[in-house]
Design a protein around this ligand. Structure first.
Ligand SMILES: *Cc1c(COP(=O)(O)O)cnc(C)c1O
Length: 460
């Protein structure tokens, strides 16, 4: 018999251990936030109730991963955990050669140094903070080639991570293919709100870059989440497993950098993986300088073991459905309260549109930074600014003024419950109610690099 009752996204796991949290009063939170210079990055985690600062390294590991931690082979060279990880990367993602690094930016540093020459252009589907900085430090210049829809928080286009091939073609015509270091493609584009790229678009990009002899380097930090959206939204992929889609995505690119602290369900770890032997050889040489020997890259054997197991768990259909399902659940709640969020809901968090939430606060008074501070004051929920502070300054010192001024509510994997999601939405709705009384901020300390991590603010 047909039923109207929909099956929910419920978790394919149960709790075996819990971590107790401190509950704080409004007065305690006010004191903590002032001490932190209105920067949620500078709060002490014990003063935070629900921590949505990032989904990076904050996942709950499975009992199997913890068991794997006990099987760390802490040999300096040739740890068996490295060989396990190498096997898993090859079989799950399909890339040929692996260089482990302590986290994603370690891989970005090495790859940028190898592939980018001074004056090169690096086109990409929207910038990411550490990725672009390493590209610039290596002498390159990032150029945004994401489709225009990605910069419009209200546009419901399902694949806002797509590349606009005409933008890429313009760069190739202007500078010549030789000046293009590679095309930098992120899956589930973080700065656009966790928006996926379609396989159709990636195939077209592959055909174009092949014709011009340009490499595609994949920022595969959230490739499984991207694959889930392809399964749900792209024609002809409804019956394919997330695992199969992940492999197909990777097969259309030449190599990748990975922050395993996201998709791969570990607290620390990353790698660089590449199909070209010569690039691999150079990377294997360089990792010794910056990270550690090529069979551990700054990681303990146990970290590599947990990563190998986490990668396998990350491409499981039931896992990824519950992971993204929880995020979508929160998104629906926020929308019900009338809170302006980036649409469609992305894979790893809810991105609240601060410009719409606080239209009376200009970008120069740090709209999103202000909103993140107010949400913390209300309930102890910690979020992150993704706007003008994160965008930082151009190499010539001018501020970037990004179109998107967002607050990111990032959901750690397998950590919080549906009741927590309810509290988050209710708290944001309460701030929304009193939005007209909220005033902006001024920056009183600005670090030179990646300023959003350590900048300090005062109330205007
Ligand atoms: C987190 C992240 C990185 C950097 O990785 P780390 O492990 O934090 O160094 C790179 N790209 C994307 C898309 C990320 O989300």
């Amino acid at each position: 018999m047909a039923t109207k009752i929909k099956r929910s996204w419920a978790e394919p796991y149960k709790m075996k251990m819990v971590e107790l949290l401190k509950m704080t009063t409004p007065a305690q939170r006010k004191k903590a936030l002032t001490a932190a210079g209105y920067n949620t990055f500078l709060l002490k985690s014990e003063d935070v109730y629900i921590d949505l600062l990032t989904d990076s390294g904050t996942s709950a590991m499975s009992d199997r991963q913890w068991a794997g931690m006990m099987m760390g082979d802490e040999a300096y060279a040739g740890s068996k955990n490295f060989y396990h990880l190498e096997d898993v990367v090859k079989s799950v993602y399909g890339y040929k050669y692996l260089v482990p690094t302590h986290q994603g930016r370690g891989a970005e540093n090495i790859l940028s140094k190898i592939l980018i020459k001074k004056g090169n252009i690096v086109p990409g589907n929207m910038y990411f903070t550490t990725t672009r900085l390493h590209q610039e430090l290596a002498g390159g210049r990032f150029e945004d080639i994401i489709i225009d829809e990605a910069h419009d928080p209200d546009n419901e286009f399902p694949f806002k991570g797509n590349v606009d091939l005409s933008k890429l073609d313009k760069l190739v015509k202007k500078y010549g293919a030789k000046k293009i270091a590679y095309v930098s493609i992120a899956t589930s584009v973080n700065m656009a709100g966790g928006q996926p790229i379609s396989l159709k678009n990636l195939k077209e990009l592959r055909a174009y870059t092949k014709k011009h002899g340009i490499l595609i380097i994949h920022d595969m930090t959230r490739v499984a989440e991207n694959a889930y959206f392809i399964q749900q939204k792209e024609k002809d992929y409804g019956n394919k497993s997330v695992k199969a889609i992940v492999k197909e995505i990777c097969s259309l690119t030449d190599g990748a950098t990975m922050s395993a602290k996201k998709d791969a369900l570990v607290n620390i770890g990353g790698f660089l993986t590449i199909n070209d032997w010569n690039i691999f050889e150079e990377a294997r040489n360089m990792v010794v300088v910056y990270e550690g020997l090529h069979t551990y890259g700054g990681l303990a054997g146990r970290d590599m073991e947990a990563m190998a197991i986490g990668i396998k768990e990350s491409v499981d259909d039931d896992h990824i459905r519950a992971r993204v399902g929880q995020v979508i659940y929160l998104g629906e709640k926020m929308k019900d309260y009338g809170i302006p969020i980036v649409r469609p809901t992305g894979s790893h968090g809810i991105f609240v549109d601060a410009k719409k939430f606080l239209p009376h606060i200009p970008q120069t008074a740090y709209t999103a930074q202000t909103l993140a501070a107010e949400v913390y004051l209300d309930s102890g929920v910690r979020t992150m600014e993704r706007g003008i502070v994160s965008a930082g300054r151009k190499p010539n010192g001018e501020n970037y003024f990004p179109k998107l001024e967002l607050v990111r509510f990032t959901i750690p994997r397998r950590v919080y419950t549906q009741a927590h999601m309810d509290v988050i939405a209710e708290s944001t709705a309460r701030v929304f109610e009193r939005r007209h009384q909220i005033k902006g901020l001024k920056m009183v300390y600005e670090p030179k690099y990646l300023r959003f991590f350590q900048a300090r603010f005062e109330k205007l």
